[in-house]
Design a protein around this ligand. Structure first.
Ligand SMILES: NC(=O)c1ccc[n+]([C@@H]2O[C@H](COP(=O)([O-])OP(=O)(O)OC[C@H]3O[C@@H](n4cnc5c(N)ncnc54)[C@H](O)[C@@H]3O)[C@@H](O)[C@H]2O)c1
Length: 250
C-alpha cells in the first residue's frame, strides 16, 4: 500500500537505505535530516527509481523543526503512518573524558529526538487506527560498548521507551519496535574511526566480536525495518531485533 513514511536520518547511511527499502514496497517517503541536501539526494534516488518521495531539512533536537517538517509531509504526502527514527550521533570517548555538554548533545539527538517525533506523529496514527513506529537502537545498548557509555545509555532509553509506547497503544492498531544494528558500514562508523586516536583498533575489535566476523551493511538493517513497518508485522510489538551477525543473541 502507498502509506506515508517519515524517516529521520534519511539523508545518509542506514536511514537512506531504509527510505529506499520502504519506497521499494510502494511507500511514499519523507526523508528528514539535519543534512537537507542528503535528504534531497535520497528523495531524488527514490524518484529516479519511479517512487514518490520528498526530502526535508529537519533537526530532531528542535520540536518546532519536527512540527514544521510534519506539517510539510501532511501537506505534500498525507498523514504519517510509518515513523522510523534513525537520526543518530556519537563520538567515541572514555566516559571520564566526556562532559555535561557532550552528554546533553548525545541524549538530545539519540533519545529526546525520538520522544519529539513520536509525540508529534502518534496522534494521527491513533486516529487512523493504524501505525508503525520503528526506532533504531544499537547493540551498544544491549551488550554495552566501550567508549560509548552515554550513547549506549541513550539507546537503552530508546528500547525502554519503545516498549512502553507499544503497551500504551497496543489496542490502537499501532506497533512500536526497535531494530538494533551492530557495527555497520556507514559514514557514522567512518567518522568514529577518523575522530578517535585508536578508532581503527576499536572498530577491528568490534568486528572480531561479531560471530560472523564482519560489520553489517546498511541494506541489511533496512530490510528488517521494512518488515517491521509492513502490514504483515501487525502482531509484532514491543520487540527489539538485532541485525548484527549474532553479536547479540536473546
Ligand atoms: N553505523 C553503525 O555502526 C551503527 C551501529 C548501531 C546503531 N547505529 C544507529 O543507526 C542510525 C543511523 O546511523 P548511520 O550509521 O547510518 O549514521 P549516518 O551518520 O550515516 O546517519 C545519521 C544521520 O543522522 C543525521 N542527524 C544527526 N543529527 C541529527 C539531527 N539533530 N536532526 C536530524 N538528523 C540528524 C545525520 O545528518 C545523518 O544523516 C543512528 O541512530 C545510529 O546511532 C549505527
Amino acid at each position: 500500500m502507498d502509506r506515508v513514511a517519515l524517516v529521520t536520518g534519511g539523508g545518509s547511511g542506514i536511514g537512506r537505505q531504509i527510505c529506499l527499502a520502504l519506497a521499494a514496497q510502494g511507500r511514499k517517503v519523507a526523508a528528514a535530516d539535519l543534512n537537507a541536501s542528503g535528504a534531497a539526494e535520497t528523495a531524488a534516488q527514490i524518484a529516479a527509481a519511479g517512487g514518490m518521495a520528498i526530502g526535508l531539512g529537519v533537526d530532531v533536537t528542535s520540536l518546532d523543526s519536527i512540527q514544521q517538517g510534519h506539517l510539510q509531509v501532511l501537506d505534500e504526502l498525507g498523514p504519517v503512518e510509518i515513523l522510523v527514527n534513525c537520526a543518530g550521533w556519537d563520538v567515541l570517548m572514555p566516559f571520564l573524558d566526556t562532559d555535561e555538554d557532550f552528554w546533553d548533545k548525545v541524549i538530545d539527538i539519540n533519545y529526546k529526538g525520538v520522544l519529539r517525533t513520536v509525540h508529534t506523529c502518534l496522534p494521527s496514527m491513533i486516529d487512523a487506527g493504524w501505525g508503525r513506529i520503528v526506532n533504531i537502537g544499537s547493540d551498544a545498548a544491549r551488550v554495552g560498548s566501550s567508549l560509548e557509555a552515554v550513547y549506549s545509555g541513550a539507546k537503552g532509553g530508546v528500547i525502554s521507551f519503545s516498549k512502553t509506547i507499544a503497551r500504551e497503544v497496543a489496542r490502537k492498531g499501532v506497533t512500536s519496535n526497535v531494530v538494533c544494528p551492530g557495527p555497520t558500514d556507514t559514514p557514522l562508523l567512518d567518522g568514529i574511526i577518523q575522530a578517535s586516536a585508536d578508532g581503527e583498533r576499536v572498530i577491528g575489535a568490534m568486528a572480531r566480536a561479531v560471530p560472523m566476523k564482519r560489520v553489517g551493511q546498511p541494506q541489511e538493517v533496512a530490510s528488517a525495518v521494512a518488515y517491521l513497518a509492513s502490514e504483515e508485522a501487525g502482531f509484532i510489538t514491543g520487540q527489539t531485533l538485532s541485525v548484527s551477525g549474532g553479536l547479540t543473541m536473546s
